[in-house]
Design a protein around this ligand. Sequence first.
Ligand code: HEM
Length: 138
Amino acid sequence: MYLWTKLFHVLFVIAWMACVFYLPRILVNLAEAGAEPAVRDRLALMGRRLYRFGHVMFGIALLLGLTLWMHFDRSGGWLHAKLLLVVMLLVHFVFTGRWIKRAAGGASLPSPTALRWFNEIPLVLAIPVLWLVYFKPF
Ligand code: HEM
């Protein structure tokens, strides 16, 4: 059961991370859409749906992660450091989702270049998460 739980944890993590990586791309496209209302509306709809889907995927990944931790007793300093980085990923995700909602309502966005840098943050956070999980340095 431990390995099955881990398998599904990783599966739902992949689904959530797909949203974490793609949501900022929608934001870049919104910033580039200019004043075209049809394009903006379609992008905002895609963004809102992806954001909602991401919350469900994160919720299931979290429950399975907590099961690995509590039930299968997989813990250590690495897990606490990992959780801190996961919280940062979640903050980035929520921030992006709220930004999309505000942009859909007509609020202005930073330049596409600035948003492309913002887009790289999840990658910078995901690498140490995987390093902690696989190397368990402490
Ligand atoms: C949401 C809160 C999370 C909790 C409580 C949690 C907890 C855990 C625990 C306890 C394990 C078992 C480690 C082992 O048995 O060696 C695990 C495995 C794993 N976690 Fe998470 N995790 C969470 C989120 C994430 C996220 C966001 C990612 C990726 C960005 C991730 C990636 C992984 C991977 C790749 C493994 C499998 C490692 C292996 O193949 O042995 N987890 N997680």
